[in-house]
Design a protein around this ligand. Structure first.
Ligand SMILES: [Zn+2]
Ligand SMILES: [Zn+2]
Length: 319
């Protein structure tokens, strides 16, 4: 049986602390060690000390996804104590020097019709954390489907994209515990962030389709407890998964309703849904609406035409 402990590591983000998980079976392992900041290091070291574990006893770090609040400390742990880092191969390019997340997203934001004043606002709303990087050595790339062995247990690696392209979740088949990262959270709907397709950066990843596929996989699994990347554990798993799926499908009706008798850009739809949002939240809003437009379009429910570089959407039946 795996002995999994939770360590709250502070982040400067609105979401609050990130949940790092310490697995007390050999090799001692951390899942999502937290952000690269003085507070992050302190929080992690305090949590390890409470558990009676020295940092040099940690042998392995598993990263659920590339976001700075989850994985920033992986490099530090590896450089200080020779820890092996495990991450999905699709996250590696984003954890490499020179990766520019703004450049990846910009063509999609322009196509969404985001005005330059809002683009500027998003860029000026600077990330308080540095871009996380992988260490130069001791990186182990995952595909999904692997089993990571421990003394007295194992974790199965599941590739669960949607929130990020190379997001992984971990499943302990013995205790039926599911480590979810940001794939599912108790009180927040994780954002389907805009992402370019790894094989064709001019195209977007179909994030919502990926997300729904993953939720349906979870629905059919035997899960006793979900350990999330932020906030509380989820114990009533079938109910929460059903609620999230229901929320996603209802959202589709909301977006279809907004397009009733109208021809609108993604930005215009976003402003109808979220008139007041500013700064970085504009990116979250656009990501969400775009994910729905792509999903509805792939299923023939909406279509778009491009005018002056901006995609304008309409309901297919109102053509
Ligand atoms: Zn995240
Ligand atoms: Zn997160």
């Amino acid at each position: 049986m795996l002995d999994i402990r939770k360590i709250y590591v502070p982040t400067p983000y609105q979401v609050g602390p990130v949940n790092c998980y310490l697995i007390m079976n050999r090799p001692f392992t951390l899942v999502d060690p937290g952000p690269e900041s003085a507070e992050g290091r302190e929080g992690l070291l305090a949590g390890l000390s409470d558990a009676g574990v020295r940092p040099d006893e940690i042998e392995r770090v598993i990263i659920t996804h590339w976001h700075a609040d989850h994985c920033g400390l992986a490099s530090w742990l590896s450089e200080q104590w020779g820890v092996q880092v495990y991450v999905h191969r699709l996250e590696k390019p984003k954890l490499t020097p020179g990766y520019d997340k703004h450049a990846e997203r910009l063509p999609f934001l322009l196509e969404a019709g985001v005005p330059s004043s809002d683009l500027e606002e998003m860029l000026n709303d600077r990330d308080p954390l540095p871009n996380p990087l992988l260490p130069l050595t001791r990186v182990n790339l995952l595909e999904g489907g692997e089993t990571l062995a421990f003394t007295g247990g194992a974790l199965q690696v599941m590739h669960m994209p949607g929130h990020s392209t190379g997001h992984i979740c971990l499943y302990d088949a013995e205790s039926k515990i599911f480590l979810a990262g940001d794939f599912i959270l108790a009180h927040i709907t994780p954002n389907p962030f805009i992402a370019a397709r790894p094989e064709d950066p001019n195209q977007r990843v179909q994030t919502l389709a990926q997300y729904l596929t993953g939720l349906n996989i979870m629905k059919d699994m035997d899960i006793s407890l979900i350990l999330t990347g932020h906030g509380e554990n989820i114990s009533d798993c079938p109910a929460v998964i059903a609620k999230v799926l229901d929320h996603r499908y209802k959202r589709m009706d909301v977006f279809s309703g907004i397009l009733e008798g109208a021809v609108l850009s993604t930005y215009q739809v976003m402003r109808i849904m979220y008139p007041g949002i500013r700064g970085f939240d504009i990116l979250l809003g656009i990501s969400e609406v775009l994910a729905y437009m792509d999903y509805l379009e792939a299923r023939g429910k909406v279509s778009h035409e491009v005018q002056d570089g901006v995609s304008l959407y309409r309901l297919s039946s109102s053509k």
